[in-house]
Design a protein around this ligand. Structure first.
Ligand code: ADP
Ligand code: MG
Length: 485
């Protein structure tokens, strides 16, 4: 390619793990029931005042520390003034001008297609989310549940070079937010939204000199990682084509949006018409002096992140790098795994069950961890039942499927299906002889040297016992009995 691509992201993530909103006492919980989580301050009623949520500041500081940012000496907020139906106050409380943000000038390492990359973070700031609107024909409905939900906005430097890198970085951030207990970071709940900035420049020029950078286009409010990937690739193609045709001056500093239906970016407005937000310091929230001790305490309280848990799995549990990567991809899976082990299951066997059977089934049935009934308790029990030879591993798979989506314990399923594995030596010997009596011609074949027919005979035992015979015993018993003939 003759061009280098520069991508910078503005990633918004709602902090979901606080009890209340960032400046009011309304519950910070996701609900489908519109306009139920609101307090007068979210509606900007006259005479109401915002009160800062300490836990939201703590979670933001934790993110700031993880991103290797510098924390401010004073935490304070600013008003960003504009009018929009989803913004009842007519302004958003945010942190814009440096050094207000909760974090500035950080960096983060992440992995993309097996290669280590590093990205510089320009800033991380804490703000309030706006309400949301639903458009139906000529009318619009406003839902204020989201108004005032704590929102972290992370602004990167334009250090990303491809759609793959952008998505890998976003996935790393989602994982950090989840593992650190900051947010569920669930795009289906609208908790993650991104603005994507893309430009192209001549490949042989120095990318460290901003004078060489091309004109950037901003794509607003992309709400899925797939959308981010498609929007970037579309923009690279569009800008490259204009450049090749000598029409690069048509790439304007503008804001576009990603349109899922046409799979293209559509112009919204030129940056020249940019709104003047008339920022000023929010007078109703006092400046807060940040104590170094508190920051150090928060640093110590950072939970184990995905890469640390992965190391434990590899070094202490002997799990392969490949499987460990799968286990930590989603925090819910890793938590499920660790709980299963804490209940006494062998780490390698538990890992096999989860990476193959559990995730395989979720994939096939198009379910998520939220949809299943299987608990770490039931998985640990299934593993134990196989270990004590009460059921065969084949039966265990059936028990597993049954427990996956039903409210039943493995023991209940085993009982219900009359599944206990048969390892009664007398009974198996009896059935082996029945099989031999019924198949004299196969016995002949065996005697003439075709010993592999024994597989068929063992199969007959399994059939007669509906798969419940202990397979190892069935084989050894069959070999003993046929030799006696
Ligand atoms: P604006 O003032 O237009 O909001 P900023 O300098 O604040 O621009 O940057 C916003 C985002 O755009 C950041 O994520 C930054 O990394 C990104 N960005 C800036 N310049 C470029 C460029 N030439 N190409 C791609 N992204 C860019
Ligand atoms: Mg900006």
């Amino acid at each position: 390619m003759k061009y280098k691509v520069l991508i910078g992201l503005e990633m918004h993530c709602e902090i979901s793990e606080t009890n209340t909103k960032v400046f009011s006492s309304a519950a910070n919980t996701f609900t489908d029931q519109p306009n139920t989580n609101i307090r007068p301050v979210d509606m900007a009623f006259p005479g109401t005042l915002p009160v800062i949520n300490k836990e939201a500041v703590r979670k933001s500081l934790m993110a700031s520390i993880i991103l290797n940012c510098t924390q401010p000496e004073y935490v304070y907020f600013e008003r960003k003034n504009y009018y929009y139906p989803d913004l009842p106050k007519g302004f958003q409380i945010t942190q814009e001008t440096k050094p207000a943000p909760i974090g500035i000038y950080g960096k983060l390492k992440f992995e993309c297609n097996g290669e280590e990359k590093e990205i510089r973070i320009n800033n991380l700031h804490l703000e309030e989310d706006a309400a949301s609107s639903d458009h139906e024909g000529r009318s619009s409905k406003i839902n204020y549940n989201r108004a005032g939900v704590p929102l972290l906005e992370l602004v990167t430097e334009p250090d990303l070079r491809s759609a793959d890198e952008a998505v890998a970085f976003l996935e790393t951030m989602r994982s950090i937010y989840q593992y650190a207990g900051i947010s569920e970071a669930d795009s289906k709940k609208g908790q993650i939204r991104c603005d994507v900035n893309v430009s192209i420049m001549e490949a042989d020029k120095d990318e460290n000199d901003p004078n060489n950078w091309g004109t950037k286009v901003e794509i607003k409010n992309v709400n899925s990682f797939g959308g981010v990937r498609d929007a970037i690739n579309y923009e690279i193609e569009r800008q490259t084509e204009l450049k090749e045709q000598g029409r690069y001056d048509e790439v304007e500093q503008e804001t576009r949006r990603w349109d899922e239906d046409s799979m293209s970016t559509i112009r919204m407005r030129s940056k020249v018409d940019a709104i003047d937000y008339k920022y000023f310091v929010e007078p109703n929230i006092p400046k807060i002096k940040l104590s170094k001790d508190w920051v150090e305490q928060i640093r110590k309280e950072i939970p184990k992140l995905a890469h640390e848990r992965k190391e434990t799995y590899i070094n202490e549990y002997g799990i392969s790098d490949y499987d460990a990567t799968i286990l930590v991809k989603e925090k819910q899976t890793a938590d499920f795994y660790e709980e299963t082990i804490s209940l006494g299951a062998d780490p390698k066997i538990a890992s096999n069950w989860i990476t193959t059977n559990l995730l395989g089934s979720l994939n096939k049935l198009e379910l998520t961890m939220d949809d299943i009934k299987l608990t770490p308790n039931s998985l640990a029990e299934i593993i134990k039942l196989v270990d004590t030879k009460e059921i065969s591993s084949k039966q265990a798979k059936d028990v597993f499927q049954e427990c996956l989506t039903n409210d039943k314990t493995p023991k209940e399923v085993v009982k219900e299906k009359g599944m206990t594995q048969m390892s009664d030596a007398g009974e198996i010997t009896k059935i082996a002889n029945e099989v031999l009596d019924e198949n004299p011609e196969i016995v002949e074949k065996y005697k003439s040297g075709r010993t592999n027919v024994v597989d068929f005979l063992v199969g007959q035992i399994m059939k007669k016992t509906r798969g419940t015979a202990n397979p190892t015993m069935a084989r050894s018993t069959m070999l003993e009995e046929i030799e006696k003939r």
